[in-house]
Ligand binder design. Structure first.
Ligand code: NDP
Length: 263
């Protein structure tokens, strides 16, 4: 990954931050996108630089077409080219379905699904403009979608979130099919429970944590580094023959743990 340029959305905390630091350790140039948490983004950059990478922070709402275009323009100006785009920025706005407001629905779809579309489209436009498009030995560009186990596990009380993640699965696969002949790879990572701000109400509470562990056969909550390692693999030539695939990084959460001694 040395001197490769990697753009990561939502890299001011949690999984995005962990991925950014992972690529920093590899000596990559890292574009650290954030939305509201400038301090968090700066902390990510400090750790990327301390680890041996380079980078800059960039504020943009991934659900805003102009802001996304501006972010890609800035990244290309700064580093000449982009090699890897990691769509990671995501939110939850939980509610019982009958009480879910249209605003809660729209905000989640706008960030988690439309945001992934907008960033992927800018990435593809850029990759296709590279001279070697279609003719290179290895991939000329990589897109990784950070989805969730809820792209296949239904989630009551979180219909907007699960719908966005289910949408990402088909966005990823259909796009992978479309651009494979151009030597562009598109893959997904679906995390299980990873300890970040998005779910700290659960893993910081001993009772709730105990309940959560019942859903994780491997009996530990994941860390952002668990996701970073897989993202680095998917972005590297080590995985050159993999496209259109999702890797579930979930300690076995998708193995139907309720069936361990039932059914
Ligand atoms: P965090 O809440 O820690 O981080 C979310 C990140 O998304 C922040 O950097 C935030 O930026 C950014 N973000 C939110 N809205 C926008 C926006 N409109 N534009 C740009 N950036 C935005 O959550 P996680 O790290 O846990 O989540 C990262 C991804 O991983 C999400 O897609 C989530 O669905 C997925 N995931 C997480 C799991 C987990 O257990 N943690 C499990 C499965 C999937 P800022 O703070 O600057 O506003």
């Amino acid at each position: 990954m040395r001197n490769q340029t990697v753009l990561i959305t939502g890299a001011s905390s949690g999984i995005g931050q962990g991925i950014a630091i992972g690529f920093g350790k590899q000596g990559a140039n890292v574009v650290i996108n954030y939305h509201s948490d400038k301090e968090g983004a700066q902390a990510t950059l400090d750790q990327v630089v301390a680890a041996g990478g380079k980078g800059f922070i960039h504020e943009a709402n991934v659900g805003d077409e102009q802001e996304v275009a501006g972010m890609f323009k800035k990244a290309i100006e700064e580093f000449g080219s982009i090699d890897v785009v990691i769509n990671n920025a995501g939110i939850q706005k939980d509610s019982a379905f009958s009480e879910m407001t249209f605003d809660q629905w729209n905000k989640v779809i706008s960030t988690n699904l439309s945001g992934y579309f907008l960033c992927a489209r800018e990435a593809i436009k850029h990759f296709l403009s590279k001279e070697q498009a279609g003719a290179a030995e290895n991939a000329i560009g990589n897109i990784i979608f950070i989805s969730s186990v809820h792209d296949i596990i239904p989630w009551a009380g979180h219909v907007n979130y699960a719908s966005s993640k289910g949408g990402i699965l088909m966005l990823m696969k259909s796009l992978a099919l479309e651009v494979a002949p151009k030597k562009i790879r598109v893959n997904g990572i679906s995390p299980g429970a990873i300890a970040t701000d998005i779910n700290d109400d659960v893993w910081k509470d001993e009772e709730k944590k105990k309940e959560l562990l019942k859903l994780i056969p491997y009996q530990r909550i994941g860390l952002p580094e668990d996701i970073a390692k897989v993202a680095i693999f998917l972005a590297s030539n080590e995985s050159d023959y993999i496209t259109g695939t999702t890797i579930y990084v979930d300690g076995g959460m998708t193995l139907y743990p309720g069936f361990v001694d039932n059914g």
